[in-house]
Design a protein around this ligand. Structure first.
Ligand SMILES: Nc1nc2c(ncn2[C@@H]2O[C@H](COP(=O)(O)OP(=O)(O)OP(=O)(O)O)[C@@H](O)[C@H]2O)c(=O)[nH]1
Ligand SMILES: [Mg+2]
Length: 303
């Protein structure tokens, strides 16, 4: 062991990724990890749970916590989602507050800032404003946008990024490492996430449904894995897709079962790539009325 290695100090910290729905929190998590562990879609309220991803850099370990977008909840499911986010917000060492640079701060963003103010009042911490989706805005517009945000909160740092292209995320990482405290690494060097293969499988199915359905359907969907059996290099997966209405079931299945088949094919392909195994996937669709208001169903589904 060399002198420097012997005296090298490990840094560790937990980071909450906070923002209104659809600003790109999960895209950023995947980008920072350089692999996909969180599903992404153009529909708001994609993420429903806390998702841990661990970034390992020389001398530091960063535990990122992706969260459901903060919003005004209308169902019990949404109340639980917001509660999850508030818990993460309270416990994390550093906060990333994500905003979508393509629009001016609106009521949804102000709600986020209110939550952040409350959390920081209880326990002061570095709060990094991450202005996302800069690939979609003219660089000349960035400075005026930054000035608008500067008036809303005393940010510790402001880092414009594109989670989609990866532009400037290395800078976000270096700013983050600078704020980490000394501490022992909490995870093994090869641990990347706390998501089980079962959870990843169910989320990938849900993501493909979000990509292929519209209006009420994406919100009325939950996926339960009934069976996940590994046989050497093959995974046999059977899953039930819950929807709230017969009409949603008809839409999801599609004419001659075409939509469900497309969902299954897309999900299977991605699982095969991510798990590095051959996947045999069976999907069933079941109506479970008002599961989003059902305490018991929500707990069973892991929400
Ligand atoms: N152009 C562009 N699109 C982005 C960027 N980051 C995210 N997106 C897109 O924005 C949409 C929402 O991304 P998500 O990562 O699911 O957003 P989220 O904040 O996790 O959303 P919720 O889970 O619903 O709270 C998706 O269509 C992404 O592809 C970016 O930097 N640039
Ligand atoms: Mg998300």
């Amino acid at each position: 062991m060399t002198e420097t290695e012997q005296h090298s100090i490990m840094k560790f910290g937990t980071i909450a990724i906070i923002g209104r729905p659809n600003v790109g929190k999960s895209t950023l998590l995947n980008r920072l990890l350089e692999q996909k562990i969180a599903i992404v879609s153009d529909k708001p309220q994609t993420t429903r749970t806390r998702i841990l991803g661990i970034v390992h850099v020389p001398g530091a370990q960063i535990a990122l916590l992706d969260t459901p977008g903060l919003h005004k909840p209308q169902h019990l499911l949404n109340r639980r989602m917001v509660r999850t986010t508030v818990e993460v917000l309270e416990e994390a060492d550093i906060l990333y507050v994500l905003m979508d640079t393509t629009s001016s701060p609106g009521p949804g963003d102000l709600l986020v800032i209110d939550h952040v103010k409350g959390a920081v009042r209880k326990r002061p911490r570095p709060v990094i404003l991450v202005l996302n989706k800069v690939d979609l805005v003219n660089k000349l517009k960035l400075l005026p946008v930054m000035e608008i945000y500067a008036r809303l909160f005393a940010w510790t740092d402001v880092v414009p990024v594109s989670a989609e292209t990866g532009d400037n995320v290395d800078r976000l990482l270096s700013v983050t490492v600078a704020h980490l405290s000394e501490g022992d690494a909490a995870y093994d060097a090869d641990t990347v996430t706390d998501q089980s293969m079962r959870t990843l499988a169910s989320e990938m199915i849900r993501e493909k449904i979000l990509h292929q359905t519209y209006e009420e359907v994406p919100y009325s969907v939950a996926v339960e894995i009934d069976e996940f059996v590994e046989e050497g290099k093959l995974a046999r997966i059977s899953a039930t897709v819950l929807v709230e209405r017969e009409s949603h079931k008809a839409i999801l299945i599609g004419k001659h079962g075409e939509r469900l088949k497309a969902v299954g094919t897309d999900a299977r392909r991605e699982m095969e790539q991510i798990f590095g195994m051959k996947v045999y996937l069976q999907l069933w669709v079941k109506v479970r009325e008002a599961w989003r208001e059902d305490e018991h169903a929500l707990t069973e589904l892991g929400y």
